[in-house]
Design a protein around this ligand. Structure first.
Ligand SMILES: [Zn+2]
Length: 349
């Protein structure tokens, strides 16, 4: 049972009031922005000081290049500057750079012991970017603590010869997500964003963990829940249609539900329309900048992405929009400008 008797975080009333007036803007991709900085192993580890100043972690022999989440400890200004650029491009909600900051995902880098610091620092870095932007133009910005799917799935066996095998259990995920969300809350996140959900059982563990974390903190943060459609038949990896996905997470009474990643806006549109028709909460869409080309890069221009996302708005299926892989501050600026004159989706009666 999820505990709804906890007091709501005060930002929820502010967010609801803003969302009643206009379409809110979520920021763009962190991963593809970090790639453009061409950082070396030394950059990732902070010249060998893997854990940053004042660190209390065990050393690791694992290479850290590609461990984007570590940058909140070793290159915090670089991460903050990307988030600040997204905020000044028009984003109301900034995501923390903590997509893989669970013990499960950080095991690949031998940094399980760093997850608390990664999440606290991840929220603090985004908060600094949010506060800088707000000081500049007076508009409030909100920090969404990003919680990724991990690299394991609780409902599908990775071993074709042993369909009953699971690489991770609900409780493994619940504990790992709880540690992550405790850190995000401690670091000052306003919302928790459970994103890129390919396995709804993983997401259910994250939802349960979030409510356990809220009980420890004594307040309930708004939840954003975002699935990803990975299959041409329009289903998540764990086999759900968008409608089934909504019914599987509706018990969490999220602030938003929606879709991100895997698809560009054109391919995402029908699935977003399906969610918008059934969801009793606000909806959020943040597609990739088209589909990756042969080199894994994204070619859609800001104008192209923005035109399609504006189509979502004209169709009345979105309350929050932003960008996933390949979207830059220019994409977010174009999206914000394109949807500014358009009305937010009305909730089903
Ligand atoms: Zn993505």
């Amino acid at each position: 049972m999820l505990n709804f008797s906890l007091p709501e975080a005060p930002c929820l009333a502010t967010l609801r009031a803003l969302a009643a007036r206009r379409i809110l803007i979520l920021d763009g991709a962190m991963g593809t922005m970090i790639q453009t900085l061409n950082m070396t192993e030394e950059d990732f580890t902070g010249n060998g000081h893997v854990h940053g100043p004042g660190c209390r972690h065990h050393p690791t022999d694992h290479p850290q290049k590609g461990n984007n989440d570590l940058l909140v400890l070793t290159q915090p200004k670089a991460v903050e500057d990307i988030q600040f650029r997204f905020a000044m491009a028009g984003a109301d909600i900034l995501e923390t750079n903590t997509f893989s900051s669970t013990t499960i995902a950080q095991a690949d880098y031998g940094l399980e012991a760093a997850v608390r610091d990664l999440n606290v620092a991840g929220a603090q870095v985004a908060r600094r970017a949010a506060d800088r932007a707000q000081a500049e133009d007076g508009r409030p910005r909100f920090v969404a603590g990003a919680v990724g799917p991990t690299n394991r799935t609780a409902s599908i066996s990775p071993d074709v010869n042993d369909p009953g095998y699971r690489a991770v259990t609900f409780d493994d995920l619940r504990i790992a997500y709880g540690e992550q969300i405790d850190g995000l809350v401690e670091g000052g996140a306003d919302l928790i964003l459970i994103e890129t959900i390919f396995d709804t059982l993983n997401a259910k563990a994250a939802i349960f963990a979030a409510f356990e974390s809220f009980a420890r903190a004594g307040r309930r943060l708004p939840l954003m829940i975002s699935g990803t459609i990975t299959d041409a038949s329009g289903r998540t990896l764990s086999g759900q249609t968008p409608t089934a996905f909504w019914h599987s997470v509706a018990h969490a009474h999220p602030f938003t539900v929606g879709l991100n990643c895997a698809l560009g806006a054109a391919a995402m549109r029908p699935h977003m329309a399906e969610i918008a028709a059934v969801a009793t909460c606000l909806t959020c869409a943040y597609p990739n900048a088209g589909l990756p080309n042969a080199f894994g890069a994204y070619d859609e221009t800001p104008e192209q992405t923005a035109a399609q996302v504006a189509g979502f708005a004209r169709e009345g299926i979105v309350n929050v929009v932003g960008g996933c892989c390949g979207t830059t501050p220019d994409h977010i600026r174009a999206i914000a400008e394109a949807v500014a004159p358009l009305a937010p989706r009305k909730l089903p009666a």
